[in-house]
Design a protein around this ligand. Structure first.
Ligand SMILES: [Zn+2]
Length: 381
């Protein structure tokens, strides 16, 4: 989820701590998974999963414990932690037998540059994509980021009538990295912003939904699995995907993002229930509710969550696009305390059940449409 304030800047102490943890947990910047993915030597659908019968809450706990571990350094775009996270996600999709849909196995490289702009508060560094205004040929090499990737897979539709249409199922795997140290409840300082809920929870939910979709009856429409980078710094991964889609945007009929579903939200009805940003704008929410889904409207429209996640980039193109969440406004948002220990995996597993049904419905049922006035306020400035 996008912040309404600047992301923390790394501190020397935090970096030293992270480096120590890395030495303990990891052998290098490019682990076996990444090397194998980059070689393109993926074996698809090789063998049944050894863990196929595990309960969903345990499976999600395993995945999130890896993705939000301190060794992932808070998955900040442009860091080794983010690259390790991408390698882990690609390895999981491969393990499930999902077809890769990047240009380099599951990886879709996203070129970025670090530029300095002058603001009222002084010079500010930010990451940008190549554009008409920013010619990467004129940017010094040390300011170019060359290792950032989206992780992309595809489950091909089975109905010749609609298999050319796609539903994009997404979550962002990046978070805000290492920053100012904050004391936890026991007074212990922590500088790693783990992002277990934001958006580790959505990312592992997408993995789990993809695994489930690939084991059942194939969907009628094609489903694109998009684990995006650089959401926290301006939706850069998703904006790059939209310029370089796996299925053309004209054939993309819906986008569902999953963000922050690690804890129940009373305003959504509590355990196992979630809310959809911008619910009233399209028919998607009503269609899911009519199909028995425990997904309701966002009870906090004043927070503008519809505009604060990857879905907005699709919506601005005219594609019905929403974010499913159960964020309960907990105070660990963008804090080092957004840890795996605070996640309610029974709730999360129940909401992932609902999300599996929702994605099946979007892939197999009538395509959602904008309601009258639903596109108000969507133009980019
Ligand atoms: Zn966030």
């Amino acid at each position: 989820m996008d912040a309404v304030r600047p992301v923390p800047t790394p501190s020397a102490a935090g970096i030293a701590l992270a480096a120590a943890l890395l030495l303990a947990a990891c052998s290098g910047d490019d682990p076996d998974g990444a090397a194998r993915e980059r070689s393109g030597a993926a074996t698809i659908g090789a063998a049944p999963l050894a863990d196929a019968g595990r309960p969903r809450d345990e499976r999600l706990a395993d995945l999130l414990s890896t993705l939000a571990a301190d060794s992932m350094e808070g998955r900040r775009t442009g860091t080794a932690g983010a690259h390790r996270a991408a390698a882990f996600l690609a390895a999981e999709l491969e393990r499930y037998g999902i077809e890769p849909a990047g240009t380099d196995g599951y990886f879709q490289p996203v070129p970025m540059a670090r530029v300095t702009t002058q603001t009222q508060n002084g010079a500010r560094e930010r990451l940008v994509l190549p554009s008409a205004e920013v010619d990467f040929d004129t940017i010094p090499a040390e300011r170019l980021l060359t290792r950032e990737v989206n992780v992309v897979g595809i489950i091909r539709g089975s109905d010749p009538e609609v298999a050319h249409e796609a539903v994009v199922l997404g979550a962002h795997f990046d978070h805000v990295g290492i920053g100012a140290a904050v004391a936890d409840a026991a007074g212990v300082l922590d500088s790693i912003y783990n992002g277990a809920d934001d958006d580790g929870s959505g990312t592992v939910a997408v993995l789990e939904i993809a695994r489930e979709l690939s084991t059942g009856a194939p969907p009628r429409r094609t489903v694109v699995i998009l684990l995006s980078t650089a959401e926290e710094v301006g939706l850069l991964g998703t904006r790059w995907y939209i310029e370089n889609p796996v299925v053309p945007m004209e054939q993309t009929v819906a986008d569902l993002q999953i963000e922050m579903i690690g804890r129940p939200d009373e305003l959504a009805g509590g355990f196992g229930r979630g809310w959809l940003t911008g619910y009233e704008r399209t028919t998607m929410g009503d269609q899911l509710a009519a199909a028995g889904s425990p997904i309701v409207a966002d009870a906090r429209p004043e927070m503008n969550f519809f505009f604060r996640s990857d879905n907005i980039a699709f919506a601005q193109l005219g594609i019905p696009a929403h974010t499913l969440s159960s964020y309960n406004m907990h105070e660990d948002y963008h804090q080092p305390s957004d840890e795996v220990e605070a996640v309610d995996f029974a709730h999360m597993a129940a909401l992932v059940d609902a999300a599996v049904q929702a994605v099946r419905f979007l892939a197999d049922g009538p395509r959602p449409e904008w309601k009258e006035g639903g596109r108000e306020g969507l133009t980019r400035d």
